[in-house]
Design a protein. Structure first.
Length: 119
């Protein structure tokens, strides 16, 4: 007699138009990929980068989604997938010497985190 396997459940949270470049966001995302939720919280709390605050907020949102919408236990969750994609770039100009102007690109990113259950 086979024991029925519990199907893995995945919960997603997304933050769009975050005012940080995707490259900077990926540096922090690489640290918490595959970690448990408690370990990810600890790493984000002690990270010196500003974007870690946005990742932390998004992680808490994903955990709240898992608990409220799916009734999952937060102790059994881990970071299954994490992405930082480029968002639209705000283009601005800065005046320079001799009547010139240079472009300033204010980059944004879309952050996505997917939590899975441990089996």
């Amino acid at each position: 007699m086979e024991v029925p396997q519990a199907e893995a459940v995945y919960v997603r949270a997304q933050a769009k138009y975050i005012r940080s470049s995707a490259r900077k966001s990926r540096l922090v995302a690489d640290h918490i990929r595959g970690k448990s939720v408690d370990e990810a919280r600890s790493l984000l709390a002690h990270s010196p980068r500003t974007i870690a605050g946005d990742w932390s907020k998004l992680l808490e949102s994903a955990v709240a989604n898992a608990v409220h919408n799916n009734g999952l236990d937060p102790d059994n969750l881990f970071v299954f997938s994490i992405n930082a994609d480029e968002g639209p770039t705000l283009k601005r100009f800065r005046p320079r010497a001799m009547g010139r102007a240079t472009k300033i690109r204010k980059r944004t990113s879309h952050l996505t985190i997917v939590l899975g259950t441990k089996e």
